[in-house]
Write a protein that binds this ligand. Structure first.
Ligand code: SAM
Length: 351
């Protein structure tokens, strides 16, 4: 580890921010020693705020219909091989009921951008979840919607929203998406969500085609300035029916390194060890937690939906990624000195 890296890590721990060039330097010249030091510091700050608790979220994949055509995504509109499905209110409530009994106190409704789910339909679902499970949080991850729609869903009781910004580099964003999707509009949605009062989550894929150290440094700087409540990062994994089928997946090592950096930028942030991490590495969840993550999002969707919600090849959903196997997740977290808790797991300010 060279002297400059030592200075940058100290600076990050003290002031929770670096310049874009410094973030790039930290990524480019990372080595085993700097990775370990960052992970150690990340675990220390996380422990001060959240102890050794791991929050769980029950992920319900409500629809794989999507009007968008993101080039990397398995449920993109133009993938004709994708067998489409959507869940109705009763099916969603049944997932919540099962999740509640298993100890989940947050339900994440995720799906493609499916026009079937009008504000009226979603508000009705959210209200019913809140009426039946009043001590639970509802998180939405349903893509871009208008500000009025976000306001309406918030008033109905949704309190968190996950919308990955995907990349803070406009050129990179344009290379991953068709031209009707712009970084500007994505970021506007994120600003709206935050202003409305949602605990707002952003995030990006690590190793997406065209990503560079400079674009990653821009992601870190943007995250530093935006101050999200949550940040979902996971390795890019190719999907066989997309133009990126032959690309290499993103790296576990770099994902974990970035988790540590993000934890140090925002000590109180909620950071999931993502399903993509668990898909690429059977110990991916443990590695993510040990790098500074404090959230896991096991899958609560009905069996048929889990199979059809295929964002990338071989998506993990049977092992401890399955909500029904939460006991296995608990044991594996205990093995590394952490405990899964029954808690809404709201964001906390840095102490
Ligand atoms: N439609 C919503 C949205 O746009 O936020 C939520 C669903 S979207 C499929 C959820 C996330 O999956 C995306 O933000 C993207 O980062 C991730 N994703 C999609 N394709 C992926 C791939 N091939 N590898 C890894 N992650 C992927």
């Amino acid at each position: 580890m060279n002297d400059k890296i030592t200075v940058l890590i100290d600076e990050l721990c003290k002031n929770h921010g670096l310049t874009t060039d410094e973030y790039a330097y930290l990524i480019e010249y990372r080595d085993e020693e700097s990775k370990q030091l960052l992970a150690e510091r990340a675990r220390q700050v996380r422990e001060k705020i959240y102890g050794r608790d791991v929050f769980i979220r029950g992920l319900i994949e409500i629809s794989n219909y999507c009007k968008n055509d993101c080039f990397y995504c398995g449920i993109r509109r133009s993938n004709k091989e994708c067998q489409r499905y959507r869940l109705g209110k009763e099916e969603i409530l049944a997932c919540c009921k099962e999740g509640y009994q298993l100890g989940f106190r947050t339900f994440v409704l995720q799906g493609g951008e499916d026009a079937f789910y009008t504000d009226d339909i979603l508000c009705d679902i959210i209200r019913d979840i809140k009426n039946n499970f009043s001590d639970c949080a509802v998180t939405l991850s349903l893509g871009e919607r208008g500000r009025m729609s976000f306001e309406c869903l918030y008033k109905a009781g949704a309190e968190r929203y996950l919308l990955r910004h995907e990349t803070a580099d406009a050129k990179h964003y344009a290379s991953l998406h068709p031209k009707e999707l712009t970084l500007q509009s994505r970021l506007q949605c994120l600003r709206d969500l935050k202003e409305i009062g949602y605990q707002t989550g952003c995030g990006f894929m690590v190793g997406s085609p065209g990503q560079t150290i400079e674009s990653l440094a821009k992601d870190l700087k943007w995250i530093e300035e935006f101050k999200p409540a949550m940040c979902g990062i996971g390795p890019f994994i190719p999907h066989h029916a997309t133009q990126y089928a032959g690309e290499q997946p993103g790296s576990i090592e770099l994902t974990c390194f970035l988790l540590s950096v993000i934890r140090l930028i925002h000590p109180g942030i909620l950071l999931p060890a993502t399903t993509a991490l668990a898909t690429l590495d059977t110990n991916g969840t443990e590695k993510g937690i040990l790098a500074g993550a404090n959230v896991v999002m096991p899958n609560l969707s009905p069996a048929d939906a889990k199979e059809k919600y295929e964002l990338y090849n071989n998506k993990a959903y049977n092992g401890m990624e399955a909500a029904r196997n939460v006991e296995l997740l608990k044991k594996r977290m205990e093995t590394i000195g952490y405990q899964v808790v029954t808690d809404r797991g709201d964001v906390r300010e840095a102490l």
